[in-house]
Design a protein. Structure first.
Length: 360
């Protein structure tokens, strides 16, 4: 068996230990005589898997007891609608930070439901930074403030949680959740598609403060109402059981590695060495303001874009795959989520140096 180093932005690499464990348990989960995929979601066995996953996530992120954790479907993209449908509570205005492609998608969807005030934007700077605090125009009467702590395509990451006072703060944490400790109590809602740092695609995790549940706009589809899912422990309908189980295995794996503090140290080290290799090369370039460079998604360019294809082809021959930048921006992008081993980053750096020697 040959495993590659997969730098995909998502669905992304999963911890090898988790895949082994899933394989061992595939046909017969802990003496049940069946695969987790075949279990009733309302049976004792799956209920125990679900409860353990939630308890482990609560422990990892130190989620306060006045928050519900929902295990949903529909991707982070469904949250672009669920957030306004549940949080506007009769208001007509919401604040949105515009720091890249995913912010823009969230904004476009929110405009169907409310007046969006773009409280700060880095669009004029080609999304290469986070707008300076002095430029923020927060509306104290907004129903909520939405931001994207890590822009997966641009590789731009907030280095701090915006202070929005009493206005509920909503974060699309899809590509940064679990990469480091975070103070959940600062947020009204945190949501994330699972397919980067949590588990396989098909699962969406939503962490929502209880007082914000139960205020969905009239006409909200039942599947888009946080209250329905909270009241039914994410089992109003059939949940994505296997993805939930795998997420649970990832949470256990994280706990064995020193939790989010442990991951933060490793992630900091991995990102630091990759950015250093880019900056010191005199060949590769990362366009992002160093204060806001992402720990998880590292875009970079070559001096001559016509070599991009060759770079990716030669890298793939060395077992370094999915390094193509997002189709909207081109260049290269290395996503180095929790499950990317440090050796993978070392191998990429080694390859980049070798490529430069041959083509630079
Ligand atoms: C920051 C961010 N938000 C939202 C999405 C969309 O997620 P999904 O495909 O789960 O709807 C992505 C997907 O890459 C993302 O990176």
């Amino acid at each position: 068996m040959t495993r590659v180093y997969n730098f995909s932005a998502g669905p992304a690499v999963l911890p090898e230990e988790v895949l082994h464990r899933a394989r061992e348990e595939m046909l017969d989960w802990q003496g049940s005589g069946m695969s987790v995929m075949e279990m009733s979601h309302r049976g004792k066995q799956f209920m125990s898997i679900a409860a353990k996953a939630e308890a482990d996530l609560r422990e990892l992120m130190a989620i306060p007891s006045n928050y519900k954790v929902l295990f949903l479907q529909g991707g982070a993209s469904s949250q672009f609608s669920m957030v306004p449908l549940n949080l506007l509570r009769g208001d007509k205005d919401a604040d949105y930070f515009n720091t890249g492609a995913w912010s823009q998608k969230a904004i476009a969807e929110a405009k169907r439901y409310c007046a969006v005030n773009v409280c700060a934007s880095s669009e004029a700077k080609k999304f290469s930074t986070v707008p300076a605090r002095s430029e923020w125009k927060l509306n104290p009467d907004a129903a909520y403030v939405h931001y994207t702590p890590n822009e997966t395509i641009g590789g731009v990451e907030f280095n701090d949680i915006p202070d929005t006072g009493d206005v509920p703060l909503v974060a699309d944490m899809s590509s940064t959740i679990l990469s480091r400790p975070v103070d959940v109590s600062r947020f009204a809602v945190i949501y994330a598609g699972a397919q980067k740092n949590i588990g396989p695609a098909g699962l969406t995790v939503v962490i929502v403060r209880e007082d914000l549940i139960g205020h969905a706009a009239p006409g909200t589809p039942v599947m888009f109402d946080y209250k329905i899912h909270a009241d039914n422990e994410s089992m109003y309908n059939t949940p994505p059981t296997y993805a939930w189980y795998l997420a649970g295995l990832v949470f256990e794996w994280l706990k064995q590695r020193g939790g989010l503090k442990g991951m933060a140290q490793i992630n900091d080290r991995k990102a630091r060495k990759l950015y250093a290799a880019i900056d010191q090369s005199g060949y590769y370039k990362n366009p992002v303001d160093p204060a806001y460079r992402s720990w998880m998604n590292v875009p970079f360019t070559l001096p001559d874009a016509s070599l991009d294809k060759t770079f990716c082809q030669e890298a793939a021959k060395e077992g370094l795959v999915t390094l193509e930048g997002h189709r909207s921006v081109g260049g290269m992008r290395a996503s180095i989520y929790n499950a990317m081993p440090e050796e993978g980053v070392d191998a990429l750096i080694g390859f980049m140096q070798e490529f430069q020697r041959r083509h630079g």
